[in-house]
Design a protein around this ligand. Structure first.
Ligand code: ATP
Length: 225
């Protein structure tokens, strides 16, 4: 198949972003380069199905993403999940993206290795491969995706069938592949940031200054563990 040229290659980065931090932003920036993404869309989740209710409201989490991506014309915020009533599922958003971008667009969902290891718990998870590619990014403290032995069997099967070793191969088809990107290992998490705030400690240099100002002004995360 010929390389699909001049068509959008869209990175979709879902998360609770409670709050967004430099781990998310740097990974997205590196993927613009490594994959040649046309853009990255940040999609804050509404009410997540599989994890605890986020500490900050949908509105605050979304505003923090808006502030964090200011000034980067290749990053955008999509509020569809926070505006959707009820539980939010990734597959629902991907179905919408596919119909909005058309069948020729290359859609790539970005996920950290911690989330990928549990992807078989996501609603209609196998349908994701009919809608998009998946890029798995490493995180410190988590086994690499190459460590197949420790992956749930059904994820391992999909990984073996779908993995591509060259980022260029993601542009040979519009969906259905899994690629492990060699992005930087950044030991930053929203949990760590929330915990530092609750202890009254500095969060400087872990996230953009305008986001940390927003957290301060709105008294987010203070007094909680
Ligand atoms: P929490 O600590 O509250 O679980 P988080 O820091 O993992 O939050 P999320 O918003 O839950 O942030 O993450 C959204 C996506 O970004 C997930 O796929 C997650 O694996 C990935 N991610 C988060 N932080 C990093 C990081 N430092 N490096 C690579 N991927 C990351």
């Amino acid at each position: 198949m010929a390389i699909i040229d001049k068509i959008p290659v869209v990175g979709i980065y879902g998360g609770t972003f409670d709050p967004i931090h430099y781990g998310h932003l740097r990974i997205a920036e590196e993927l613009l380069d490594i994959i040649g993404l046309s853009r990255v869309i940040f999609v804050p989740s509404g009410a997540p199905r599989l994890r605890a209710v986020p500490e900050a409201s949908k509105h605050h989490r979304s505003e923090m993403v808006r502030l964090a991506i200011q000034g980067n014309s290749l990053f955008s915020l999509d509020e569809r999940e926070i505006n959707r009533p009820g539980m939010s599922t990734t597959v629902e958003s991907l179905r919408e993206y596919r119909s909005e971008w058309g069948r020729n667009a290359v859609l790539i969902f970005i996920v950290g290795i911690d989330a990928f290891r549990k992807i078989n718990q996501w609603h209609h998870w196998r349908e994701l491969f009919d809608l998009c590619h998946i890029i798995v990014v490493p995180r410190p403290g988590y086994l690499s995706v190459d460590d197949h032995q420790n992956l749930p069997e059904e994820i391992r099967t999909e990984l073996i069938a779908r993995c591509v070793l060259d980022a260029k191969d993601l542009k040979l088809q519009t969906h259905g592949a899994i690629y492990t990107a060699q992005t930087s290992l950044l030991e930053i998490s929203a949990t760590q940031i929330r915990s530092l705030i609750s202890m009254g400690r500095s969060i400087r240099y872990l996230l953009p200054e305008n986001v940390s100002d927003y957290i301060k002004i709105n008294h987010l995360y203070a007094g909680k563990t």
